[in-house]
Design a protein around this ligand. Structure first.
Ligand code: DXP
Ligand SMILES: NCC(=O)COP(=O)(O)O
Length: 241
């Protein structure tokens, strides 16, 4: 079964635009779970332009499924996850000023560093996932760090999907199969939407979880949050049920 973890960053972006508490990020998380999502993802950035560190602390008392906290393991980030102890931490090598995540880890170059971070996070009970591009040597190097999972960075898939869905998915299918052989779980995320999700899901039987935020929140403006969450869940049903 492939789980849907909804990234609520963009709900916080809207809230922050006015400085009050509308929309209420914690209530949104509760509702998203009630609508059927199996997890809540947040990616607090150093400038706290959307999810704030305090939101992550508060979510710990609200989320009953799983919290997935994404980010670059800076000292502040590591202090936060040590305090909150989310079910999953996804390591993303983004620069402080990145508009959004724009690269995966070079797990070959940063193998030793990642090994230390992974061990630290696993020692406090977090499942760890490493965000990377679908390249065999990156998957192999990730496996040596002790990580539980990888998260395949799907921006390239999403960009190519409409022109050639088979070419778009081929490297992801190979990377997921390799990860499975190496004993790693497989997550995926970035720019997934109602058009491209079902094909990725059908082609990657190893897929444990997708985290989706930007497109899902955009769709919710037109379709409503409950309906939207259920439409995304439906894309993940074909091989699950
Ligand atoms: C790792 C990843 O792909 C997501 O976390 C994405 O970067 C969302 O972050 P933003 O909401 O800041 O764009
Ligand atoms: N890990 C990916 C994520 O959380 C959401 O990415 P996006 O759907 O906002 O592009």
């Amino acid at each position: 079964m492939t789980k849907l973890s909804v990234n609520i960053n963009k709900i916080a972006t809207l809230r922050n635009a006015r400085g009050h508490n509308r929309p209420d990020v914690l209530q949104a998380a509760r509702d998203i779970e009630r609508f059927g999502a199996q997890g809540i993802t947040v990616h607090p950035r150093p400038d706290e332009r959307h999810i704030r560190y305090q939101d992550v602390r508060d979510l710990r008392h609200v989320v009953t499924t799983e919290i997935n906290v994404e980010g670059n393991p800076t000292p502040d980030f590591l202090d936060l996850v040590r305090e909150v102890r989310p079910e999953q931490v996804t390591l993303v090598p983004d620069a402080p000023d990145a508009i959004t995540s724009n690269a995966g880890w070079d797990t070959v170059t940063h193998q030793q560093y990642l090994r230390e971070v992974v061990a630290d996070l696993k020692s406090i009970g977090c499942r760890v996932s490493i965000f990377l591009d679908p390249i065999a040597e990156l998957v192999e190097a990730a496996a040596t760090t002790g990580t539980d999972r990888i998260e395949l960075y799907t921006e390239a898939y999403a960009t190519q999907f409409l022109a050639d869905r088979e070419a778009a998915v081929a490297p992801y299918r190979a990377a997921a199969a390799l990860a499975g052989k190496l004993g790693l779980g497989v997550n995926a995320g970035h720019d997934l939407d109602l058009d491209n999700l079902a094909w990725l899901h059908q082609q990657l039987p190893e897929l444990d979880e997708v985290s989706i935020g930007h497109a899902l929140v955009c769709d919710a403006l037109y379709l409503g949050l409950e309906n939207t969450v259920q439409l995304y869940l439906r894309q993940l049903k074909s091989m699950n049920s």
